[in-house]
Unconditional design. Sequence first.
Length: 569
Amino acid sequence: MSQLEPLIADLALILMCAGVMTLLFKQLKQPVVLGYIVAGFLASPNMPYMPSVTDGHGVHVWSEIGVIFLLFALGLEFSFKKIMKMGAAPIIAACAIILGMMYVGACTGELFGWKEMDCIYLGGMLAMSSTTIIFKAFDDMGLRKERFAGLVLSVLIIEDILAIVLMVMLSTLAVSKEFEGSEMMNSIIKLGFFLVLWFSVGIYVIPLFLRKAKHLMTNETLLITALAMCFGMVVFASSVGFSAAFGAFVMGSILAETLEAEKIERLVAPVKDLFGAIFFVSVGMMVDMNLIVEYIVPILCIIAAIMLGQTILSTCGFLIAGQSLKTSMKCSFSLTQIGEFAFILATLGTSLHVTSDYLYPIVVAVSVFTTFTTPYMIRLAEPAYNVVSRILPERWITRLEQNEANNTEETSEIKKLWKKCLKQYIFTVLINSVLCATIMSLMFYYGVPLITGMFSEPWDRIIAGLVTLAVSAPFLWGILRSGAETEDANKVWYSSSAARFKMSALGFLRIFIAAVFVGYIVDYAFPWSSWLGAIGVVVILIIIFSSSNLAKQNEEMANTFKENFSMKE
């Protein structure tokens, strides 16, 4: 008789345990995620009276694939347009909550004398509430259409994005082994650069490709194509120093803006559910009851830190964001748990060997407890508000309840137009600048060696410079002029002398940015004297500025980008 591979036997055991536990937890009306964690505990070597998994490495690899699918699915549910439309309130609240809870988590770890990396990772885990648990709780309690529920879900979207950034920063911190401000700043700049690059190129190219290949896209080919894009981005993100999960999220968020997004999400769901289940089962396999008993005091203290920290700090965060006291308390009491991203961060710390063995089971125990208490905390918000309103002076309550009214005051039409123009200018200059920098980098890293092999000095440098200028020219035109002659920009320009000064300052800034790019290319291709090089830069800028062909090219690309970006609407 042939011998069954250990990994197949392990998969059978994992799925049988998961199947039984999910049915049981569904019957008990509890989150399925908890069922997976219990199934993992039952299938682990820590449970002596049950058959256990034998190939731990194989399960770990599958769990990493599970993280990729979870983040890809999260990206498919994400929308850049939602972020743009939700306003400043959720962003301010989310930033305040994350910074505050990271500090609370780090201080809690230090209280028990844990090492620095354990404290930092614990702070990151405590800062992220569970989208899945809160969404289900709101659904079960019929609160989805409440105003505060919309605010909470907006904050959770921002938290998911910041969690991705946090993963990148913690990965960098783990590699460098020490906290260096310059290192972190470089990582953030690098992250921002690649995000803008992937977003702009992805939104331009991928919808075009899907439209051209629409007649070939059956359910099978669309699924395979989407997964190919996902794993292609995973490999690319890993090759430039980011995590695999980050690459999966980016590709999911790009595909979320296409017409096929909902279909892809539906097709990917079964695969995501399978590998996601294996990931959460692997989380449960890390639970060690002996460690939980040993660290029961830290577990209880962390639970208290989450309950008190979220209710107090989140309330303050929402108040700063301009919400009333009652709304702020309802929002903050909904966020008193940790969830999926805590497990992903814990997995990251374990795989990078920078966190202690006890941190993983502690976080799992805390997550299980706070998940069970979430519905009760949501119900407790209103009674807690009634108590606070009786304790605080009446003038304070009146002032805090007026927060929302003051926050929604109308601004003048010109101010709105100025903000709209400023956003458009920043968006346009940022995307075109990143594309110019990418073209220059690709040319100098890949094009120059190829051209050097074909031409002798100095013709190789001159030809490389001219090719770079020719390819970059439409985007340089975009930096100089795109969006400067719209009806809104003209209204702002003629509204007042102060407005003209601000618009002129923006114009000079755009010229300066374009001049930096052109100057770099000219300096490489034509090693002239400084004054002759400066004249060359000015002449090239004038040619680009006045070119109608470049204007047409840039406009066509911009229209295609806008059409792709707003296709779903």
